[in-house]
Structures are given as C-alpha cells and as structure tokens.
Design a protein around this ligand. Sequence first.
Ligand SMILES: NC(=O)c1ccc[n+]([C@@H]2O[C@H](COP(=O)([O-])OP(=O)(O)OC[C@H]3O[C@@H](n4cnc5c(N)ncnc54)[C@H](OP(=O)(O)O)[C@@H]3O)[C@@H](O)[C@H]2O)c1
Length: 332
Amino acid sequence: MSVQIPKTMKAIQVDAPGGPEVNVLREIPVPTPKEDEVLIKVQWSGVNYIDNYFRTGLYPKEYPYTVGIDVVGTLITTPPNFHLKPGQRVFSPASAAFAEYTVAASNRVALLPDDIDAKDGVSLATQGLTAIGQSKESYEVKKGDWVLVRAAAGGVGLLLVQIAKYLGANVIGTVSSESKAELVKQNGADHVLLSTADSAENVAEINKLSGGGVQVVYDGVGKDTWEENFEVVRRKGTIVTFGNASGAVPPFAPLKLTPKALKVTRPSVFSLINTAEEFEYYTSELVKIVRDGGLKFAVHKVYELTAEDVAQAQRDISGRGTTGKLLVHVSD
Ligand SMILES: NC(=O)c1ccc[n+]([C@@H]2O[C@H](COP(=O)([O-])OP(=O)(O)OC[C@H]3O[C@@H](n4cnc5c(N)ncnc54)[C@H](OP(=O)(O)O)[C@@H]3O)[C@@H](O)[C@H]2O)c1
C-alpha cells in the first residue's frame, strides 16, 4: 500500500504547564518514524486522566509537547520484516495522540481485529492494559477473592470491575454518585458504595461484605482514599495505588504495613507491561476477554480535535462527572 503522506498535520500542543486553556491547535510537521517505529494515521484518540498530570506539570514533560496518549488508526509505514503491514487497523498507547498522525514504537502496536469497534479499541490501549496489568501482575485476582475498585465508573475503573468479575472475584466498587453506582452495577459489580458517604460506615460495610476485608484494593484516587485503604484490606492484603485523581499519596513509613503484613505496590502500566512479549500477551488477553463477552465499553462523550474541545475534555474528566471512555475524533 502506498499513500501520500502530507508534510504537515493538525495537532494539539502545550508550551508550558497550566490549566486546560494552555492547549493550542497547531499545524506541525508529520513525524518521521525511526527505524523501530511505525507511522499511524489516527482515527480516534483517548482522553486519559494522565493528560492533566502532564499539563499541570505533576509529571515531567519537555515542552512543547503534543498532547494525548492512545490511538486507534491505520498503519502507514512499518519497519522492514514487521509482522503487521501498512493499511492494517491498530491500537496503541502511543503518545502525541491528539494529532492526525503519530509514531509508536513497533513493540507498542497491536492489531485491532475487525470484530472490535474502532471506538472501543481505544479503551484497549492504556486503560485496558492498566486494568489487566493491575489484575494479573500487581495483585493476581483469584476466583472468590474480594476486590475493591475505587472510582469504579471511570475509564480504568469500569474495565477493572469487569476484568475482576471475569477472573471470578467478588467486586465492590466506590463511586461519587448514584448514577455512577447504577452503571457500575450494570457492568457486573456485586456491591457499589458511595464515596461521599461517611467513611467509617463504608469501612464497616466493606469489612462486613468481604468477611474481614478485601484481598486487594485498586486505587486510582490517591490522596483522599489512601488512609481508608489500610482499614478495608484484610491481613496479608495488597493495596495497589496507581493514580492521583485527588492528589498524590503522601510519603509513609513501612512500619504502617506491619500490623496486617500488608503489601503496597505503585506501578505504572509500562513498568508492569514493558517487553514486546508482555505487550503482545496482554493485548491478546484483552482481545480474548472482549470476545468471551467479559468486557464491554461505555463511551461517555466524543470530542473533536480542537483546542476548545480538548480543554473541555480535560475539564470534564477532572470534574468527576464522566464515566467510561472519553474520545477525540481525529479522522473518519
Ligand atoms: N499507573 C498507571 O499506569 C495508570 C494508567 C492509567 C490510569 N491511571 C490512573 O488511574 C486513574 C483513573 O484514570 P482514568 O483515566 O480512567 O480516569 P477516570 O477514572 O475516568 O476519572 C477519574 C475519576 O477519579 C475519581 N476521583 C476521585 N477523587 C477525585 C478528585 N478529587 N478529582 C477528580 N476525580 C476524582 C472520579 O470518580 P468518582 O467521582 O466516582 O470518585 C473520576 O471520575 C487516574 O488516577 C489515573 O492517573 C494510572
């Protein structure tokens, strides 16, 4: 397949840390892939909470940078002898995703099978890999386990709930509204509690439901739920802290783990799923779970590739009113 690659493209960039208004739409050169990279024509990009951490400077970034991670699109160029070919539809946790074209490391690209919708494929990238990485690697969920998922209606949360159910766990979710609770129940959670309720009551309820505490809590909320996690995990349990939606978790003394012999882990998706083999294994696992009917996708809203829409998407995902996936439509 030979296609004309334009010299320039539209992309959303940020020049310095700040609020959502620092997103700007620019015409910039189409990136040139290195030897071990592919060039992707982007159809859909995903909005992720991490977009805010980069934009505010919580996570370091070199400026200017092109915003966004996660794409579904068409391969335009591939390295020699690569197992995928130009023209194939792929998903990738590629960075610089809010752009008409992006490059990705060839070992971070997976074929999106024809039976999976392009919009849904975006959720298989960072959020899907995060959900499966947490539930298989950070703490391996076993049949009959009690699992607590914080922010259970969110992008990662809704996938984690379903994967934990698929693996045979009893799942308790926490969310901040009744409508989110309903969605999380529809996606398989056995119990959903409101994070806005009294903390002591929630702790008592989680301990009662799980018969003395959960085996694992998956927590992308961070600061606000950190202390409560120690009260709802059973002896020898695991706290997986993987995000900072409410702020970063404070430093703590290892002695805090002693009374219940707890484990705490703080992975990033790519410290869990790092090698080409791991990427291939977990992307295939995700596709298998979708095909087994274990994973469904909820798209909250579609935004366009404009500075205003991207700013709004970032306000929305931090405003606690969103559920499931937020998408940026880049091309047809
Ligand atoms: N470690 C990794 O590699 C990795 C990878 C992907 C994502 N993450 C993390 O996973 C978490 C979820 O990411 P996501 O992209 O799927 O986002 P999301 O869950 O769709 O959105 C964040 C959710 O966090 C909850 N939240 C609780 N306190 C909040 C506060 N003070 N401000 C804003 N939100 C608050 C909200 O749900 P309620 O209103 O229901 O509480 C909100 O909907 C984030 O912390 C993200 O950084 C980590």
